[in-house]
Write a protein that binds this ligand. Structure first.
Ligand code: AMP
Ligand code: GLY
Length: 428
């Protein structure tokens, strides 16, 4: 079987690595890919939004299965375009991907079907939003309705901050048309957990839990990023939480999408907040999480291609999804200055240390080949160094051990990924 992956980040590298382990697969292609993916897949320099380029390429290579990684193409209808061209594609179509593409849509779905989430209001004009803020409770969370690279969420502690937030999103349009409409949402407190799931339109199978570290600096300080590191499983995702979410959130979401005429096939990423009143949905994503995928897939026992096919064929109920009873930690090596200004193009050393080392992975997020055999930094997030261990403490120690194998100019990483959890696990 020949598989084409659309995307070129750490998530897609982890997906490619997992697909490469399937005995069904003879050849993997990736568009556009990166210098790490290149080692296991043939990469083609086609933009993730260039659907006709992807179709031409897939026809030429006689691709049997296409897996779409990122949110932008999913929300823009990549799956519809590729299916129309006759391909088997893993991922939600445009109608279903709206679950991530519009925050107001997803909030309305949760409200209509009684799925626990923060209370909210939707605004289409800055005047209406500002009028609401005069009496609204602070802190409040303002969210651009559309996709904004995960950055369109503003947590406002005071009314003044909230008024400025409305200006940023709706008047100055910092996130473009994503902020034409905004959601103002009750501020929740609690632990965050990411739960990824496979969905075939009617059945949902939950993967193991994970937790992301979104802020740039240790101690959850600094700006929000795409994610500086993850661990899996989350010790806060207890059996009790799992039972509640299975009863009230997971299947309810899949059923709601079906009832709305937007049958969802692919990955639903449930961003949960474990509040004092029980688990609530923070957000949905219609794709694998990044860098959650880098800690979840190394722990998955199944042949992922079989699971992808079951989602497409509507036979997911026959899959017994299984995960190893271990743990994984991913430490992101970034270019210093990310998520703001940073330099790139520096040679990366030490990647060969990962070769043939069981339980250690280096997933490339932003890397490039310089044409003469060297791999250079090519983005804000450069690598996701992942290690698997018997428990979170061991996984964490191994991940940081491996993070030291790699060097490049301006290398930056958080030093506290899973620290609190690792210490806790060590005591148990
Ligand atoms: P989202 O893109 O909706 O996941 O939001 C990004 C981040 O903002 C989340 O991971 C939370 O840390 C935070 N956040 C979003 N909504 C809320 C909320 N209602 N209360 C508190 N924090 C929130
Ligand atoms: N790690 C969060 C996300 O993928 O959106």
């Amino acid at each position: 079987m020949k598989v084409l992956i659309i995307g070129g980040g750490g998530r897609e590298h982890a997906i490619a690595w997992k697909i490469a382990r399937s005995p069904k697969v003879s050849h993997i292609y990736c568009a556009p890919g990166n210098a790490g993916i290149e080692e296991i897949a043939e990469c083609a320099d086609i933009d993730v939004m260039d659907f006709s380029g992807q179709i031409t390429f897939a026809r030429e290579k006689e691709i049997d299965l296409i897996v779409v990684g990122p949110d932008d193409p999913l929300v823009a209808g990549a799956v519809d375009a590729l299916e129309e061209a006759g391909f088997r594609v893993f991922g939600p179509n445009k109608a279903a991907a709206l679950l991530e593409g519009s925050k107001s849509f997803s909030k309305d779905v949760m409200k209509k079907y009684g799925i626990p989430t923060a209370s909210y209001e939707v605004f289409d004009s800055p005047e209406a939003a500002l009028a609401y803020l005069e009496t609204a409770k602070m802190p409040i969370v303002l969210k651009a309705d559309g996709l904004a690279l995960g950055k369109g969420v503003l947590i406002c502690n005071t009314r003044e901050e909230a008024v400025n937030g409305v200006k940023t999103l709706m008047v100055d349009k910092q996130f473009g048309s994503a902020g034409k409409r905004i959601v103002a949402e009750e501020f929740m407190t609690g632990r965050e957990v990411s739960v990824l799931s496979f969905v075939d339109g009617k059945t949902v199978k939950i993967m193991t839990s994970a937790q992301d570290h979104k802020r740039a600096k240790d101690g959850d300080q600094g700006l929000n990023t795409g994610g500086m590191g993850t661990f899996s499983p989350s010790p806060f995702y207890t059996e009790e939480v799992d039972e509640f979410c299975r009863k009230r959130i997971y299947q309810a979401t899949v059923d709601a999408m079906k009832a709305e005429g937007r049958e969802f096939k692919g990955i639903i990423f449930f961003g949960l907040m474990l509040t004092e009143d029980g688990p609530k949905v923070l957000e949905y994503n219609a794709r694998f999480g990044d860098p959650e995928t880098q800690v979840v897939l190394p722990r998955m026992k199944n042949d992922i291609v079989e699971v992808f096919e079951a989602c497409i064929d509507g036979t997911l109920d026959r899959i017994d999804l299984q995960f190893e009873d271990n743990a994984a930690v991913c430490v992101v090596l970034a270019s210093d200055g990310y998520p703001e200004q940073y330099e790139k193009g520096y040679p990366i050393n030490g990647l060969e240390t990962f070769k043939n080392k069981d339980g250690y992975f280096v997933f490339h997020a932003g890397s490039k080949s310089d044409g003469s055999g060297n791999v250079v930094t090519g983005g804000g997030r450069v690598l996701g160094v992942t290690a698997v261990g018997r428990d979170l403490k061991e996984a964490r120690d191994k991940a940081y051990e491996a993070a030291a194998w790699v060097s490049f100019k301006n290398k930056y990483m958080r030093l506290d990924i899973g620290r609190e959890i690792g210490e806790r696990a060590g005591k148990e």
